[in-house]
Write a protein that binds this ligand. Structure first.
Ligand SMILES: [Zn+2]
Ligand SMILES: [Zn+2]
Length: 209
């Protein structure tokens, strides 16, 4: 079975997810926004082998724990190329807005819209490019597990801000339309706050017509 474990990390509690198959104990980590002893203990205690760190976008609150996550897992870092600058530029990753200047090594790999990223045991994550919050923002969709990791594109009854550099409200609306093509039963695991599902968002999200 696919296991999905959420850790709200960092100063504004961005949701980091450890997504792994308990059959082979292989998995991926999404958005390590900070360091957490609980996250480290979870990965170690469950003996999870994580070979990919996947970033929904390059904002500092989602990448602040990157060095610790790499040290813990030895995994490669993946991002969309349109957010690649965020790793190396404190202005691009808006850490300057958090009162610091943070930069990281460049990503190891870039994914693009439609890529299928292997987790393990037949579970994959399809990359859905959803610009609007950032140019290189993406969601990850696991069809087999009926799960969408929506980053800062879609939240429970809300959507991502579009007033940061590279943000665009109209483009975000187009991205949300693509997400609404998914079925109502798909669970949504956002970059902040509570889980939701596509059906609930279709009927309750004030930004979705
Ligand atoms: Zn963001
Ligand atoms: Zn965020």
């Amino acid at each position: 079975m696919l296991q999905i474990k959420k850790f709200p990390l960092g100063m504004i509690a961005a949701n980091c997810y450890v997504v792994w198959s308990d059959e082979s104990r292989k998995g991926v980590m999404i958005d390590p926004g900070g360091y957490s002893p609980a996250l480290e203990a979870y990965v170690r205690d469950n003996e999870i082998v994580i070979d990919k760190i996947l970033l929904t976008h390059g904002h500092y609150d989602h990448i602040g724990g990157l060095y610790e996550a790499i040290k813990l897992t030895g995994a490669k870092v993946y991002i969309h190329k349109d957010d690649a600058d965020c790793l190396i530029s404190a202005n691009a990753n808006i850490s300057v807005m958090f009162g610091m200047s943070a930069s990281f090594d460049a990503a190891d790999q870039f994914f693009k819209d439609g890529d299928e990223i292997d987790i393990a045991d037949g579970y994959t994550l399809k990359v859905i490019h959803t610009p609007g919050h950032t140019p290189g923002g993406v969601c990850f969709y696991c069809e087999k597990a009926r799960a969408l990791f929506s980053g800062d594109t879609l939240f429970c009854a809300s959507i991502g801000r579009t007033d940061f550099p590279g943000g665009d409200y109209q483009i975000l609306m187009q991205s949300l339309k693509r997400l609404m093509l998914l079925d109502d039963d798909v669970m949504v695991y956002p970059g902040h706050n509570a889980d939701t599902n596509i059906g609930y968002e279709r009927t309750h999200n004030p930004f979705i017509a």
